[in-house]
Design a protein around this ligand. Structure first.
Ligand SMILES: [Cu+2]
Length: 178
């Protein structure tokens, strides 16, 4: 997979670069000013003023982000009516999926468990973009609801270090043309 202009990875990289360089600037400014004789009282006053507003900003951002994303979480809460249930079992070091193919446009519920240790079920679309992830745990069934519109081969990787051959723990899932 190669990066192209306009990919979300590029945007995330740029945002990270901007934040990282602002932080670096802040450290340089602090370093340069470290020798100056600003009174302790002033440092406290400005510090507490900033801290309150910073906290308020974080609370607002947190509420907005949770508010926007909470209702789109793909983790199942209701029944599986109208969904194709795909039984996913993880083990050292393999995945089994039953069924292993569905027609395009299917509303799928991945019912994910493990026969030995914890694994991480990660699903990639045919372009190599991660579209869903859920823990595979022994004794538990975790559910992931997705609508798979695009035909192609979907790759499955393990997202939880589970032993020596963890990195080879891959499988695929076929979404066929209608
Ligand atoms: Cu693993």
């Amino acid at each position: 997979m190669s990066l192209h202009y306009g990919d979300p990875q590029i945007a995330i990289g740029l945002v990270f670069a901007v934040i990282a360089s602002s932080l670096a600037c802040a450290f340089v400014i602090i370093g340069v000013q470290a020798g100056s004789d600003v009174s302790n009282e002033r440092v406290h006053r400005v510090g507490y003023w900033l801290r309150k507003r910073w906290l308020a900003l974080l609370v607002v951002i947190g509420v907005v982000v949770v508010g926007i994303s909470l209702f789109d979480l793909p983790y199942a809460s209701g029944g599986s009516s109208g969904r194709t249930v795909v039984k996913v079992t993880g083990g050292q070091f393999f995945w089994t999926l039953q069924p292993a193919r569905v027609p395009a446009g299917s509303r799928v519920r991945f019912d994910v468990t493990s026969i030995d240790v914890n694994h991480g079920f990660g699903l990639y679309d045919p372009h190599g973009h991660l579209i869903g992830s859920v823990q595979a745990m022994p004794g538990y069934h975790n559910q992931l609801d997705l609508t798979l519109d695009e035909p192609g081969v979907y790759l499955i990787r393990c997202f939880e270090f589970c032993g020596l051959s963890h990195s080879t723990m891959m499988s695929s899932f076929l979404v066929r043309r209608r």
